[in-house]
Design a protein around this ligand. Structure first.
Ligand code: DCT
Ligand code: MG
Length: 412
């Protein structure tokens, strides 16, 4: 046990700390399995939750309600129940339920590429029609992202990212200080101070996030047209939301509402099987970050976000910004992002720039599969948090550190 605690690091150093976890690891090491897990596998309610939450649009909570309130224990039962009582689930869940079996299947790289190419050619056509005075050869349509870009042999779905350098801003739209900051009676100057968050030099020049906010309408229109075109061609069979459904409000001070991506989620049918397809249209100032996010994998992303947090920043698909945080990070066992204010976007043109800015070694997409690399970044983050603690700074990082590890996803 002593050796194990040594391997697990400082959080396990004290005798009897994290006792349950250490016991579980020992049990797996010695017997190759875990009694608790065996119980789980044999528990019909848990199995039913697992089965029901595989339906796109049904989460853990909803699955519990379906079981406990409506006595629905399987996808098969759900399909029947929904026929009688359509209100049981959201409209979009009806659509995923219809092709649920298809959506459980993974597709070949070749089929994923066919979907990507189809979106690419249609996107070019739509762009030239809608924005004829802009150079269509500069339209970037990247995808499939995700597992495909990481070189995996098969893919669960396809994500496509779109940007164009002219979406940096839209001079035809005027700047709108968001409603929220007006309502919270933040004056323009205090709002500006929040945006800069101690970064004095950042006060100079135009804030790139406002450009993204202004180009949003053009991106939304482009995506809606692309969606309708692909639907008219019979390629898209169902829409699941995004594009206009997305909230444009925010609770984080300094975050520019509506500056994010235009987003479409849907189902396509390139051949005989239905497939999940997402299309996101980003402003170019956010694109490098979006590339990193949508390449994944999720563990790798989490480790990078955790590292950025340890550096006092907030990282997401829309950029890297200085962040001020409150201490609270947990409620009802659910993780809550405890950012209270974010500063101005750190402008990066390429994925490598993002790694450089953070001081991390660049990893090629295929190197972002392995949890080893995620662990390496997570370890760096842990060391930073520890240094800060030693320096007398109170940091509540335990959940993030755990989050950043591959095992963080499963709680037993
Ligand atoms: N992502 C993330 N955190 C999540 C889910 C997703 O950071 N909780 C990012 C990482 C990958 C990208 O979004 C696309 O997500 P998926 O398509 O779910 O992952 P994938 O790696 O492409 O795997 P699959 O082949 O199953 O689609
Ligand atoms: Mg994917």
């Amino acid at each position: 046990e002593h050796n194990l605690r040594k391997i697990l690091g400082s959080k396990f150093a004290k005798k009897d700390s994290n006792k349950g976890l250490v016991q579980k690891i020992t049990e797996i090491h010695e017997s190759g399995d875990l009694d608790r897990l065996k119980e789980w596998r044999a528990d019909p309610r848990r199995c039913a939750i697992m089965e029901l939450s595989k339906v796109w649009g049904i989460g853990y909570r909803k699955a519990q309600t379906l079981i406990d309130v409506h006595r629905i224990w399987s996808v098969k039962e759900l399909k029947v129940a929904v026929e009688e009582n359509p209100k049981l689930v959201e409209a979009r869940v009806h659509r995923t339920l219809r092709c649920h079996d298809d959506l459980q299947l993974r597709m070949s790289r070749e089929e994923a590429m066919v979907i990507g190419d189809r979106v690419r050619s249609c996107a070019r056509a739509v762009f030239s029609e809608l924005l004829p005075s802009h150079d269509v050869t500069k339209l970037k349509v990247e995808g499939p992202m995700g597992s495909f870009r990481r070189g995996q042999p098969d893919c669960g779905d396809v994500d496509v990212l779109v940007t164009h350098e002219d979406w940096l801003d839209d001079p035809e739209r005027t700047l709108s200080l968001d409603k929220q900051s007006q309502e919270s009676s933040l004056s323009r100057s205090s709002y500006a101070r929040t945006r800069n968050l101690g970064d004095e030099e950042a006060t100079e020049g135009e804030d790139p996030d406002y450009g993204a906010q202004r180009s949003r309408a053009s991106r939304d229109k482009f995506l809606a047209t692309l969606r309708d075109r692909l639907h008219a061609q019979g390629f898209l069979t169902d829409h699941l939301g995004g594009d206009g459904f997305q909230k444009k409000t925010t609770t984080v001070q300094g975050e520019v509402p509506g500056a994010g991506c235009s987003s479409y989620m849907g189902i396509c049918k390139p051949r005989e099987t239905h497939r999940r397809l997402d299309i996101k249209v980003y402003a170019p100032q956010h694109y490098a970050y979006a590339m990193i996010y949508f390449t994944g994998n999720d563990y790798f992303n989490r480790s990078m976000r955790c590292y950025a947090k340890a550096c006092g920043y907030s990282l997401c698909d829309k950029g890297l910004r200085k962040a001020a945080r409150s201490g609270v990070s947990h409620k009802d066992g659910k993780y809550i992002d405890n950012k209270v204010a974010v500063g101005r976007l750190v402008v990066c043109d390429t994925e490598k720039d993002v790694f450089d800015v953070l001081g991390l070694d660049y990893k090629e997409p295929h190197e972002r599969n392995v949890s080893d690399n995620a662990t390496e970044v997570a370890e760096k983050a842990r060391r930073l948090f520890e240094e800060q603690r030693r320096g007398g700074v109170v940091v509540d990082s335990s959940d993030d550190e755990e989050d950043a590890r591959p095992a963080g996803r499963f709680r037993l």
